[in-house]
Design a protein around this ligand. Structure first.
Ligand SMILES: *Cc1c(COP(=O)(O)O)cnc(C)c1O
Length: 226
């Protein structure tokens, strides 16, 4: 693991790059939330990032996140975001562990969440598989309107999330997610204000295309151990 000082330095660099990308696109720096993708990182790395001012952490595995939170009870103001696929047998633990679920991908999952938590409803983003890649979770863009209809009374749908296909030109995917959001917001009447897109390799482009949340791991924590 990197030292606490290294993590703090790298976090500062990422923050500067976010501020510049926001300025380039005439957006407020405060309009972009940095979620640190902390999968496989131990509690010490999360603690170091928190000490350097990070407050939002994204985890892919429910059990790993629950264990980490249990080690980090002193970080009362940290917010935890589920950014990995959610299986229905993990919903109860996920609801207790996370502040948002960024990976809603079925009406059935929304039903399961609502059975355990309806009021206040769980804030969720719908994960869109823009490249329709079999290796990735999320729903196809054309299935999103139906999922919103089926899930809007069960969970609080606050936006869309995507992991685009590996590409030399991620910009077109980010623009595609933003336009999909605009269409769905108009047709559903929901604000869908959150656009979670952009990772270490491409978060600046995502911000230029309207990301409100970027999910960054390696740029802050270094390469993940295998
Ligand atoms: C790991 C991960 C990230 C961060 O990836 P980096 O390349 O380390 O920035 C973002 N989003 C999801 C869903 C991830 O699994």
């Amino acid at each position: 693991m990197l030292s606490g000082n290294e993590i703090a330095t790298r976090l500062g660099e990422v923050r500067d790059r976010i501020a510049h990308a926001a300025a380039r696109s005439r957006r407020s720096r405060d309009a972009v939330r940095l979620v640190l993708a902390s999968k496989t990182q131990g509690a010490a790395a999360v603690r170091a990032a928190h000490a350097a001012g990070a407050r939002d952490f994204g985890e892919n595995y429910v059990q790993e996140a629950a264990d980490k939170r249990a080690e980090l009870t002193e970080l009362r103001d940290a917010r935890w975001h589920l950014i990995g696929h959610l299986q229905s047998n993990k919903v109860a633990l996920a609801i207790r562990t996370f502040d948002t679920i960024q990976t809603l991908d079925s009406a059935r999952l929304a039903n399961t969440i609502a059975r355990l938590r309806l009021s206040p409803p769980m804030p969720v983003l719908i994960e869109i598989n823009l490249g329709e890649e079999v290796s990735k979770s999320g729903i196809r863009a054309r299935e999103a309107a139906a999922l919103i209809d089926a899930a809007r009374d069960k969970v609080e749908i606050i936006g869309l999330m995507t992991i685009p296909p590996h590409s030399d030109d991620p910009r077109r995917y980010f623009a595609e997610l933003r336009m999909l959001r605009d269409r769905l917001a108009a047709s559903s009447g929901l604000a869908l204000s959150e656009l979670s897109m952009g990772m270490t390799e491409d978060f600046e482009v995502a911000i230029e295309e309207g990301a409100t949340t970027v999910r960054v791991g390696r740029a802050v924590f270094g390469e993940r151990p295998l």
